[in-house]
Design a protein around this ligand. Structure first.
Ligand code: NAD
Ligand code: UDP
Length: 340
């Protein structure tokens, strides 16, 4: 199958981007990747191509490079952009706010300017459940109040507002703001997955590194939350399901319904200890952990109301906790040092 459509994927070599590129190639789209490899490896794209059996076009560079963007849109007839490129480490964003705002916010401005000049008005943007801050109730619906507690989250909120202004200014823009919950897991082949360059901040890659012997134990951040077992509850979503959600979002853009913010989550919350138990089952061994203090800024529970994605995109998550852990473990076991 071939769609005759070309999608620009910024950040396409990254964790979510690489899985999405495979789904796009499989769905018949041509793919141009723009990535500066600040948090990824060209090897991920080589594996994407070998898994999908089709090539991508790589443009190596920065979304803040106006001249490069102009050349890219001049050389390729782009139908839509999926914009993953961004920095995502919350703690680092507190220490380096200017770097985060420049990369994420100014970079998105540069991208949108280049799109407008080229007459490309279809954009899927990677937002995050972090824009809900500490929600007043659960599950979280898209019409809930937003608020950010750190520069990373604020960069996502600011971009959402900029994109809303853009849509108000010119109705030809079609914009899907996808608010991801907690992406985990890997491609079932075990060939691509999440490859944090530093000590992982996120739960699942940390557990996976304990399982493979790179870390000696998991620190469970807080055991006195008002949750089922006292540990934090999140809505973990398989990256394969998430990738599929982007293909559905492209189809929605074609219906030209303007701008929408849409949750991509499963609607089910699991605690830290439930995640640990499920991973122990997948890797077949007990994993050491210690209960420690809460991590500053963390909330007790967060999970999505996924109804809008179902109704608007015709998408819902299919893969459960077992597949998330089995696939994450296969990737970590077969690539103990990631793409290195
Ligand atoms: P990632 O770091 O693996 O991927 C991001 C990619 O963008 C990397 O390949 C990086 O090299 C590239 N990049 C960063 N800045 C760039 C720039 N200025 N120019 C060109 N390329 C650049 O992250 P991910 O987990 O795949 O996340 C993708 C997007 O989804 C990000 O915008 C992130 O904020 C958002 N998101 C991620 C999560 C999560 O938990 N993984 C949750 C919610 C939202
Ligand atoms: N968490 C933990 N130990 C870790 C990393 C995370 O106990 O080493 C907990 C964290 O407190 C939260 C859950 O795991 O309750 C998910 O954290 P993550 O950073 O992956 O996602 P986020 O907090 O952004 O939702």
């Amino acid at each position: 199958m071939h769609t005759n459509k070309t999608i620009l994927v910024t950040g396409g070599a990254g964790y979510i981007g690489s899985h999405t590129c495979i789904k796009l190639l499989e769905a018949g789209y041509d793919v141009v990747v723009l990535d500066n490899f600040s948090n990824s490896s060209p090897e991920a794209l080589r594996r994407v191509e070998s898994l999908a059996g089709r090539p991508t076009t790589l443009v190596q560079g920065d979304i803040n490079d106006h001249a490069l963007l102009a050349r890219l849109f001049g050389a390729h007839k782009i139908d839509a952009v999926i914009h993953f490129a961004g920095l995502k480490a919350v703690g680092e964003s507190v220490e380096q706010p200017l770097r985060y705002y420049h990369n994420n916010v100014t970079g998105t401005l540069a991208l949108c300017q280049a799109m407008q000049t080229a007459g490309v008005f279809n954009l899927v943007f990677s937002s995050s459940a972090t824009v809900y801050g500490d929600p007043a109730s659960l599950p979280i619906r898209e019409d809930f109040a937003t608020g950010a507690t750190n520069p990373y989250g604020r960069s996502k909120l600011i971009i959402e507002e900029i994109l809303s202004d853009l849509h108000r200014s010119a109705p030809e823009w079609n914009l899907a703001l996808l608010r991801y919950f907690n992406p985990v897991g890997a491609h079932p082949s075990g060939r691509i997955g999440e490859d944090p360059s530093d000590i992982p901040n996120n739960l699942m890659p940390y557990i996976a590194q304990v399982a493979v012997g790179r870390r000696d134990h998991l620190s469970v951040f807080g055991s006195d939350y008002d949750t089922k077992d006292g540990t934090g509850v999140r809505d973990y979503i398989h990256v394969q399901d998430l990738a599929e959600g982007h293909v559905k979002a492209l189809e929605w853009l074609d219906r030209k319904e303007g701008l929408k913010a849409i949750n991509l989550g499963t609607g089910t919350g699991y605690s830290v200890l439930e995640m640990l138990k499920a991973f122990e089952k997948a890797c077949g061994k007990p994993l050491p952990y210690k209960l420690v203090d809460r991590r500053p800024g963390d909330i007790a529970s967060c999970y999505a109301d996924p109804a809008m994605a179902r109704d608007v995109l015709g998408w819902s998550a299919k893969l459960g906790l077992e597949a998330m852990c089995e696939d994450a473990w296969r990737w970590q076991r077969d690539n103990p040092k990631g793409y290195e």
